[in-house]
Each structure stands twice: as structure tokens, then as C-alpha cells.
Design a protein around this ligand. Structure first.
Ligand code: ADP
Length: 489
């Protein structure tokens, strides 16, 4: 956009006088100044003429249809940058004062001195020109500011500018909204340590020395958590209020996806290995189990003394238990290796919870644990693969039962949260002793006979359903596992 007023167009000068010959003479005179002269012989004609932009009007005060003073206001309103020179045949001090008060550039007595008039017209036009240039500049500046602000606000990045004292001098809308969402203030009082981490000062120094490398910092917690990749750039512009520019990209989703795909790859590798090995192991395992059963029976029927039978029976029972463990490990492996395609259908989750609780409650009761459930009275339907969600619940209840070690309560709760269905398994046990990421690692177990695959399988199934798993603390005092599944639209 050009910041200059239209330079090529000649300024328009309107001469308003009921004495046409005089008006024509004046227009001829003004031609020396390279202007476009226009004549009006009445206030009415003048009002029509000023609809086109007029730089200067030379107006006779004594017009037949109005006073030149009245016209003065209208002329100034039509072009605030324009000027008006008034002329009069019968001058008085009062009318001169009134003219100046109404904003006339000059007040001349007729007959006018030609040189004086030309000088005045020239000066007035220079003044108008300056004003127009200033207006055009201000408009161009506002437009360019709006353009930059628009770009800065709408770009998909966080932009935060710091002055030389490390105070926030600029913050774009993306950053302000994101900071609000994680509960940080966006009004310039955001501590840099929150945005960039505790060693931000070192990062700022490095950036100002031109040695900054991109880095990541995590803001907020839980679902509000954002991972931001920052690039700091010094601003080498002496007049700029911003001394250091921080450009941040929200990479939270990207990092989550990367982690998920790394996990999926690991699972796929386990899957390939498992399917290969499962058959090879399953058969000899079954054969060994069978032989041990035979041995137990033979022992029971043997002529041996009870004490001898017991002594021989003990190691047999131990080996059988170990075989059972190996077999369940194999089942877990196969659970991970199952084909990923879901056979999802509409399932009433309340009914499913009831079914699992009915099956598991007696097993829990045998171990001194009470299993409760709380489901809403109305149907809660989700699109899931029934068998897999049953497996999720069974695994979680089994884990809770293990953790309770002989007494306590497990509660399975079904409910809704925003547009999700929530299945929560809480217990009154000791709670999780490790960080969730650790507990969810395949093969991580704190149990002597654990496989460390239960939670891994649970998470895999939940993610296959497009849901989320989170581990936390239960209101019963122990561990809580929360499964969120999307509701069918
Ligand atoms: P496993 O049950 O074979 O150990 P999981 O992956 O199911 O494997 O569980 C991993 C670990 O998580 C357990 O060994 C245990 O330390 C911990 N854990 C799981 N559920 C609970 C719970 N309800 N309370 C306390 N710790 C638990």
C-alpha cells in the first residue's frame, strides 16, 4: 500500500463568490500554482462542489443564499484536512474573530492583494498536503499493524516477546489462550521459569549470544499438560521493544502419538515372537501338566505311607503350580498378540459390569475381599468388543484383589464424563507404589508370580477402542484405574 496521498492529482481549489468574473479571475491566477480551479457562485452550488474532495476553498462571506461562515463548517466537515480562506467586502473585527474561531485559515479584505492571496493559497495548500500525507501514513501504519497483529495472533504457534529486562513485551493470542487454559496468567506476569523451565536464564543468555538450540518444556498437569518446543531468537533491531523472541510449537499430540506408535511397534514385535513360540511351548507344557496329574493320581493310589505320599506330593504340587504360571504367562502373551482388528458392537456396559462382578465376586470373597459395583440406572451403551472389555475389567479386579492381600473392598463404578463413558476400578489397598509409566511397562511386576503384562494388555485394549487409561488414587484409599471410552455419537 502506498503511504503517499495522490501526488499526481492536482489539488482542487474551490472559489465561492457570487461575482463570477471575479471568481474566474481568481481561478486563472491560481493556475500559476498548478491547481485545479472550480467555481461556485452560491452556497448551494458550493455544497454540490464539495462532494468532490476539495483541498482549499476561497469563500466570499457575503453570499446571496447563506453566510460564508456557515459554509466554512460544512467545508471543514467534508474534508477535515482541507483549508478555507474567507474574503469579505465589509470587514469588521467581529467577523474576523468569528472566521478564525470557525477554523478559517485566513480572512482577507476585498479588494484582495493578489500577491498576498497567492502566498496564502500556496501556504494553505502546503499545509493541506502535509496533513494528507500524515493521514495516509497513519492509515498505512494502522493497516500494517493490523496485518502483523493478525499474522502473529493467528499463526499456529506460541509467540512471546521479552524486553531487555526479561519482561513479557508481546504475547500472541495462541500463547495467551494456551496459558489461560493451563491456569497461568497471560498478562505479562507469567514467570519465564514456568514457560521455559528453571534454567531459562541460561537459555536466554545462550539465545542472546546467538547459540540457542530448540528445547522442549512441559507446562501444566494431567489433561491440561502441554509439551512445547521452543526456539529462542534474539531481535537485532535497535528500536524494537522486543529483545528476545520465543517461538513455541505445541507438540503434545505429536509426542503422545510417537509414544503410542513406539509402544505399538514393541507390541507388534512381541506379537510376532509370541505366535511363533506359543505353539512350541503350549504342547510340551500341556504334556508335562498331564504327566504331573498322572503322577499325583498314582501317588494318591499308591501303597506308600501317608507321610511319604505327602513328602513326594509336595514337589509335584509345586511344579504343577509353576506350570500353571507358565501357562497363564502364555495366555497373557497371546492376549497381546491377538489380531488388532476390533469386533466392536453396541454393548450395554451396565450389564457387562454386572456380569463380570457376578463372576469375580465369589473368587474375591474366597480371598476375604468384597467386590462392589455402582452403575447408573439408565442404559449406558458404548461400541466395544465385549470380550476385550470383560478382559480389562477382569484384569483390573484381579490386580486389586492381589493388592488387597486378604481383606478390603474393590469398587467398580460406571458413569459418564463429558462425551466419554468412564469405568473406574478402585480399591482400599496400599495404592500404586510406582509411577504410572513404570507400571505400564510390559513385564514390570512387583509380584513373585506376576507376568507384568496385565496393565499393558489393559492399556492396549483401551487404546484400541480409542479410549484412555489413567492410574491414580482411589477415594477408598488405594489404587484407582480409570478407563475412558468414547460414547457412540
Ligand atoms: P502383574 O499383575 O502381573 O504384576 P500388571 O501389569 O497387571 O502385572 O501390574 C503391574 C504392577 O502394577 C503390579 O505388579 C503391581 O505392583 C501394580 N499394581 C497393579 N494394580 C495394582 C493395585 N490395584 N494396587 C496396587 N498396585 C497395583
Amino acid at each position: 500500500m502506498s503511504v503517499r496521498p495522490d501526488r499526481d492529482a492536482r489539488p482542487r481549489v474551490l472559489v465561492v463568490d457570487d461575482n463570477r468574473p471575479l471568481a474566474e479571475n481568481l481561478v486563472e491566477l491560481f493556475e500559476e500554482l498548478d491547481v485545479e480551479g472550480v467555481i461556485a457562485t452560491s452556497a448551494a452550488e458550493a455544497r454540490v462542489a464539495i462532494e468532490q474532495r476539495t483541498a482549499l476553498a476561497v469563500v466570499d462571506v457575503g453570499l446571496p443564499d447563506a453566510s460564508g461562515l456557515e459554509l466554512l463548517g460544512q467545508l471543514r466537515a467534508a474534508n477535515p484536512n482541507g483549508e478555507v480562506i474567507l474574503m469579505t467586502g465589509q470587514g469588521s473585527l467581529e467577523s474576523a474573530i468569528a472566521a478564525v474561531r470557525h477554523g478559517a485559515y485566513a480572512y482577507l479584505l476585498k479588494p484582495v492583494d493578489v500577491e498576498e492571496l497567492l502566498t496564502l493559497v500556496e501556504r494553505a495548500l502546503a499545509q493541506v498536503h502535509l496533513r494528507e500525507e500524515r493521514t495516509a501514513l497513519a492509515r498505512a501504519l494502522a493497516a500494517s499493524e493490523a496485518l502483523y497483529r493478525g499474522v502473529v495472533d493467528h499463526v499456529e504457534a506460541w509467540i512471546v516477546g521479552f524486553d531487555a529486562d526479561d519482561q513479557v513485551a508481546l504475547i500472541n493470542r495462541q500463547a495467551a489462550e494456551a496459558l489461560d487454559a493451563v491456569g497461568l496468567r497471560a498478562d505479562g506476569t507469567v514467570p519465564a521459569s514456568m514457560l521455559f523451565g528453571d534454567d531459562f536464564a541460561a537459555s536466554f543468555d545462550a539465545a542472546r549470544a546467538g547459540e540457542s538450540a530448540p528445547f522442549e518444556h512441559t507446562l501444566g498437569e494431567g489433561t491440561e499438560r502441554r509439551v512445547v518446543r521452543w526456539q529462542l531468537t534474539p531481535v537485532k533491531e535497535a528500536r524494537s521493544a522486543v529483545d528476545l523472541l520465543a517461538l513455541g510449537l505445541d507438540v503434545t499430540e505429536q509426542r503422545t502419538l510417537e509414544r503410542r506408535s513406539a509402544r505399538a511397534e514393541a507390541m507388534a514385535a512381541i506379537g510376532v515372537l509370541t505366535t511363533g513360540l506359543a505353539h512350541e511351548i503350549r504342547n510340551p507344557l500341556n504334556a508335562a501338566g498331564l504327566q504331573l496329574q498322572l503322577l499325583s493320581r498314582r501317588l494318591a493310589k499308591s501303597e506308600l505311607a501317608a507321610e511319604a505320599r505327602e513328602r513326594l506330593g509336595e514337589p509335584v504340587a509345586l511344579v504343577r503350580r509353576e506350570l500353571k504360571r507358565l501357562s497363564s504367562l502364555l495366555d497373557d502373551f497371546l492376549g497381546l498378540a491377538r489380531p488388532t482388528a476390533l469386533q466392536a458392537e453396541r454393548v450395554d456396559l451396565g450389564e457387562l459390569v454386572g456380569h463380570v462382578v457376578r463372576l469375580q465376586a465369589p473368587l474375591c470373597a474366597e480371598r476375604g475381599v468384597s467386590l462392589e459395583s455402582s452403575v447408573p440406572s439408565s442404559d449406558l451403551v458404548a461400541r466395544v468388543e465385549r470380550g476385550r472389555i470383560e478382559q480389562v475389567l477382569t484384569n483390573l479386579v484381579a490386580n486389586a484383589c492381589d493388592a488387597l492381600d486378604g481383606e478390603g473392598t474393590i469398587r467398580v463404578t460406571l458413569g459418564t464424563e463429558a462425551d466419554c463413558v468412564e469405568l473406574v476400578v478402585g480399591d482400599s489397598g496400599p495404592g500404586f507404589e510406582e509411577a504410572p509409566e513404570q507400571l505400564l511397562q510390559p513385564f514390570f511386576t512387583t509380584k513373585a508370580a506376576g507376568t507384568g503384562l496385565g496393565l499393558t494388555i489393559v492399556r492396549r485394549i483401551v487404546e484400541m477402542h480409542g479410549g484412555e487409561l489413567s492410574l491414580g488414587k482411589s477415594s477408598l484409599g488405594g489404587a484407582e484405574v480409570r478407563v475412558r471410552l468414547p460414547r457412540p455419537g
